[in-house]
Design a protein around this ligand. Structure first.
Ligand code: BTN
Length: 270
């Protein structure tokens, strides 16, 4: 059995989200879900046109963007390219946790469709069985008040796209082999989880957040090494702090590093 690659139906998605918000959120969802056959980048579109609460999705992207200025390979093969625009007061101290929250939202949405064995590789990668299943790109505008959370999820990867991707990649089709799943349901789950988590974001209780993070963190307790200020650092991953920095247990004690400072190599033992 394989995925259902019928074109996404924006109206069905909107209706499902509207009903969900009436029953489960504090505010009823009335924002726009713009659905394209092809676009340069759903993130770029929302940075330009998005209002608070708007979503943008597309069947393919001609200039999909990944983190660290990488390209995000975006074939028209049934993958998910979804972006969400939200506004937060730029005085919120824990703004930097937004990307981690998005990861938790994705992990939960995938669990809802029956996936297991997946998790988040700090800070923003969704992994399954040691390979990358999806990624998150957060962009900001309007003096750090406008956030666009972009999600790319491999649902079905043609061979030529696998060859273009520079790291080991996996798709939901691979991970859910033999199971029926429906892309529209994944999209709806994803949007619902994003709305739920971002609604709670301003008042985020850090302890509860850390508990969810630990539940999905695939690096927890792993030995890792990376370059930092021209030095090779090796240690054991030990959770995150209030700013979303990763804790590394070194011989001298725990030190926290931000995504801007380091790029984690593969864990030493997986
Ligand atoms: C990463 O490098 O892991 C982040 C990938 C993020 C890709 C998504 S696809 C939807 C949205 N639009 C983009 O151009 N990028 C993000």
């Amino acid at each position: 059995m394989t995925a259902n690659f019928d074109a996404l139906n924006a109206q069905r998605i909107h209706d499902a989200i509207h009903t969900f918000s009436k029953n489960h959120l504090n505010t009823t969802y009335n924002s726009k879900i713009s659905c394209f056959d092809s676009i340069d980048s759903t993130n770029a579109w929302l940075i330009e046109n998005g209002k608070d609460g708007d979503f943008c999705l597309s069947e393919t992207q001609t200039a999909g963007r990944g983190r660290r200025d990488n390209q995000w390979v975006s074939p028209n093969s049934g993958n998910i390219y979804l972006s969400y625009c939200c506004y937060f007061d730029n005085t919120i101290e824990h703004q930097s946790l937004l990307g981690l929250i998005a990861g938790i939202a994705i992990a939960e949405a995938l669990q809802e469709i029956g996936l297991s064995g997946h998790g988040i590789k700090w800070p923003n990668d969704i992994f399954w069985n040691g390979k990358k299943l999806g990624g998150i790109l957060i962009q900001t505008a309007d003096n750090y008040q406008k956030f666009v959370i972009g999600i790319g999820l491999n649902v079905s990867l043609p061979e030529e796209s696998r060859n273009e991707i520079t790291q080991a990649a996996v798709s939901l089709e691979d991970a859910l082999k033999g199971k029926n799943f429906d892309r529209e349901t994944i999209m709806i789950n994803l949007i619902q989880r994003l709305l739920t988590h971002t609604e709670m974001f301003v008042q985020l209780p850090f302890q509860a957040f850390r508990q969810s993070w630990n539940r999905w963190d695939i690096l927890h307790g792993q030995d890792v090494s990376f370059q930092h200020q021209n030095k090779e650092i090796s240690g054991t991953v030990d959770g995150i702090d209030k700013h979303g920095r990763i804790g590394i247990l070194l011989e001298s004690g725990i030190e926290y590093f931000s995504a801007a400072d380091i790029k984690l190599k593969k864990p030493k033992h997986t």
